[in-house]
Design a protein around this ligand. Sequence first.
Ligand SMILES: CC(C)(COP(=O)(O)OP(=O)(O)OC[C@H]1O[C@@H](n2cnc3c(N)ncnc32)[C@H](O)[C@@H]1OP(=O)(O)O)[C@@H](O)C(=O)NCCC(=O)NCCS
Length: 173
Amino acid sequence: MTDTLRLQETQPADRPQIPGLYAAAFPEEDLAALVEALLADPAVLSLSAVAGETLVGHALFTRGRLEGAAEHVALLGPIAVHPQHQRTGIGQGLITEGLARLKAEGVAQVLVLGDPSYYSRCGFRPESRVVPPYPLPAEWGQAWQWQRLDGSEADLAGRLMLPAPWMRAELWG
Ligand SMILES: CC(C)(COP(=O)(O)OP(=O)(O)OC[C@H]1O[C@@H](n2cnc3c(N)ncnc32)[C@H](O)[C@@H]1OP(=O)(O)O)[C@@H](O)C(=O)NCCC(=O)NCCS
């Protein structure tokens, strides 16, 4: 019998499975330190996709601000789905759940740095005007994506201010 998938805020029982999930999904990248630091940060929304007792997907959303603006924003990432469970809708499910929760708490816009061919499926648009904490390589313009959650159609502007785990230049190119 297939276990029902649950999308939920990350529970203590999920935590020990998180490093292994990221290692499996990103065999050539070591995201462990970033993920651990984000999990310890109160500005972060952490969502798990759990089948039975097994963590099969995980996503982080970091709440932040734009310099000089009143709106609350958030950054999506990293997100990982276990290779054995990819392409079954878990990634999109985690993103949809996270966006709904952030919208409910009044977050106006979400940003993501990633493959536009994937994130466009979840409503993201390329080339945000928001200034990332560190300059992106020119060829990553399309990958810096945005989505309003408050019904507006306009990309916000301003410098993105995020908590300490994101303030490392190497995370941005
Ligand atoms: C990218 C990732 C989170 C997507 O999650 P997922 O659960 O596999 O994806 P979903 O089932 O929600 O969506 C699947 C659709 O997106 C497409 N897709 C999946 N990964 C994609 C990618 N990297 N680029 C473009 N499209 C992708 C698939 O083709 C699929 O479409 P199809 O059903 O028409 O074939 C997951 O594959 C993953 O963890 N990959 C490795 C780590 C990674 O690259 N993370 C993202 C960067 S932070």
